[in-house]
Design a protein around this ligand. Structure first.
Ligand code: SF4
Ligand code: SF4
Length: 172
C-alpha cells in the first residue's frame, strides 16, 4: 500500500496518535530507536526511524514492515529517543489506517466493546482458530500459569481444595 494512495500523511498519523506533526518532526535520524528495539532481539531488522521517515517523505509503506507486524509497545524506543518520540503510537495509528489488526488486537477491542475490559478467556477463545492454524497450541502447557490465573475463582478454589485433600490423604 502506498501512503499517498490512501491519502495518509504524517499529520493524519499525528492526529490519530493524539499529537501534532511537530511532535514527530524533531526526529534526528540517529536510529537510537532501532538500536534498542525489542524486535531486533529476534533478528528481524526492525527500523522504527525508517517508518517515520517514510511517512514524512510520503513514501511507500510496506505492510510487511516488521515494526508494523511485531511492535510490542514496550516503549524502549521512546525511552531511548533524545526527544521521546512515541513510535508505538505512530505504529498503532498506521496499522489502524491500513487495517492491519492482529487477531489478538481484534479480540481485545471486541472484549472491551462487550465488557468494557479485556476479558482473557474471551480473548483466548476469539483468537483460538488463529492459534490452532499457527500451531501455537503446542505451547499451551507453557501458558498453564497464565491460563490458571484467569480461571474463575470458584474453579481455581476447587483445584486448590482438591490438592489440599490429596496432600492430607498422602500424609495419613
Ligand atoms: S515500542 Fe515497538 S518499535 Fe519501540 S522498541 Fe518496542 S518493539 Fe520496537
Ligand atoms: S531515536 Fe528518536 S530522534 Fe533518533 S531516529 Fe529514533 S525517533 Fe528519531
Amino acid at each position: 500500500m502506498r501512503v499517498s494512495e490512501e491519502g495518509m500523511t504524517i499529520e493524519d498519523v499525528a492526529r490519530l496518535a493524539g499529537y501534532e506533526r511537530k511532535d514527530f518532526s524533531v526526529c534526528l535520524g540517529c536510529k537510537i530507536c532501532g538500536s534498542v528495539c525489542t524486535i531486533n532481539d529476534l533478528s528481524v531488522a526492525a527500523n522504527p526511524q525508517a517508518l517515520l521517515l517514510s511517512l514524512f517523505l510520503q513514501k511507500e509503506l510496506k505492510n510487511d514492515d516488521p515494526v508494523l507486524h511485531y511492535c510490542t509497545n514496550c516503549y524502549n524506543c521512546t525511552t531511548a529517543c533524545p526527544w521521546h518520540i512515541r513510535i508505538p503510537e505512530i505504529v498503532r495509528a498506521v496499522k489502524g489506517k491500513m487495517g492491519m489488526e492482529t487477531p489478538f488486537e481484534k479480540a481485545f477491542k471486541s472484549s472491551v466493546g462487550i465488557w468494557g475490559r479485556v476479558y482473557e478467556p474471551y480473548v483466548f477463545l476469539k483468537a483460538l482458530s488463529f492459534l490452532i492454524r499457527g500451531g501455537y497450541l503446542a505451547y499451551v502447557m507453557r501458558w498453564k500459569e497464565y491460563v490458571t490465573f484467569h480461571l474463575p475463582h470458584k474453579v481455581r478454589n476447587m483445584g486448590d481444595a482438591w490438592q489440599k485433600s490429596a496432600r492430607q490423604r498422602k500424609a495419613r
